[in-house]
Write a new protein. Structure first.
Length: 338
């Protein structure tokens, strides 16, 4: 199976965090441990250089080194390698060229830097990156650096030949429908894979048959910060949702309850109560408790958990003990640390 076929089939793609030392320097060893965790958990790919990796890696010369480490760890696998690409056109093209040179399959293209660009300008920007490597569209919510992207943009986006997928992450149902409808009406729904990035609505996205544009379209996988933790459980979850859709089994109240539990867990990990200020530290905190990361340090010394967030995460682990994958990590951590 080619990587594009695998992408369209639907896989778990964790948004890869950044491992730092207490001095806020790259922790090469722990960075590799993270990738080994995702590989062992059965993830179908990794997304590196994205929001969860911290966009500021570019300011400290870590973009290429971090991409290189992940690429080395998954070199002998069929995992899909997605590289985050940001900035104005010249920067985005340069980053795409770097990623392509390292063997990455697709560029997850964030448009947050082009806040005042028109739809035609955004499409031209996308075409420029698409000439370098396949494009994975990204609807990033404005609260963490994205911008509102109208239906007209997504309809034109779908017509760009080298577009292979879209990560839908506006955390907004109306805007999510804009993307799904645009892809459905483009006639390319069988070519462009839809991935949820709506960490607040993961299971509903995956279980919903979207009847739009005269056809039924599905969101087949997820490229998620939430799946940077508890990844082993995420792989199991995606497999079960695929089975439900294939069998045509009606959804039960149990599925809806589980969807709500996961959304509630995400609200704490991502620090929704504080406009996502503690999102990345929240992810780090779980990985630290599992022993995968040495600390929850971010490049910005002021970026840390919000008051009470650590206690809330600890309560989560007790309240929903079927969501964490602590036993899996404990059984294999010694292998990944070698």
């Amino acid at each position: 199976m080619s990587w594009k076929e695998k992408l369209r089939e639907g896989v778990v793609i964790p948004a890869h965090p950044l491992a730092l030392t207490a001095a806020r320097k790259l922790d090469d060893r722990r960075q590799r441990v993270l990738t080994r965790y995702y590989k062992a958990a059965g993830a179908g790919g990794v997304a590196v250089g994205v929001h969860t990796t911290q966009f500021a890696i570019r300011d400290v010369g870590l973009y290429q080194p971090v991409l290189e480490l992940a690429a080395e760890e998954v070199r002998d696998t069929d995992m899909i390698k997605v590289a985050g690409v940001i900035g104005p056109t010249a920067q985005a093209v340069r980053e795409a060229a770097t990623a392509a040179g390292l063997g990455y399959h697709a560029a997850l293209l964030s448009l947050g830097a082009l806040r005042d660009a028109t739809v035609p300008e955004l499409l031209e920007h996308t075409r420029a990156v698409g000439q370098v490597m396949p494009v994975f569209g990204f609807y990033l919510q404005p609260a963490v650096g994205g911008r509102v992207l109208p239906y007209e943009f997504w309809r034109g986006f779908a017509e760009i030949e080298n577009v292979v997928a879209v990560k839908i992450a506006p955390f907004n149902r109306y805007q999510t429908l804009d993307v799904v409808r645009a892809i459905a009406e483009s006639g390319r729904a069988d070519e462009i894979a839809l991935y949820t990035g709506n960490d607040d609505n993961i299971m509903i996205d995956l279980l919903t048959p979207f009847t739009l544009g005269g056809r039924i379209t599905h969101i087949r996988g997820g490229l998620l910060g939430q799946w940077a933790v508890w990844t082993f459980r995420a792989v199991q979850l995606l497999g079960r949702t695929h089975a439900v859709l294939e069998r045509g089994t009606p959804l039960t109240a149990g599925w809806l309850a589980k969807a709500t539990e996961l959304t509630y867990a995400n609200s704490i990990i991502f620090d929704a109560a504080n406009n996502f200020r503690g999102c990345i530290p929240g992810i780090h905190e779980i990985l630290v408790q599992q022993g995968i990361l040495a600390g929850r340090w971010c490049l910005d010394p002021d970026e840390d958990l919000s008051p009470g967030q650590a206690d809330a995460i600890a309560r989560l682990e007790k309240e929903y003990d079927d969501l964490p994958d602590n036993d899996f990590v404990k059984a294999h951590l010694h292998e990944w640390l070698k």
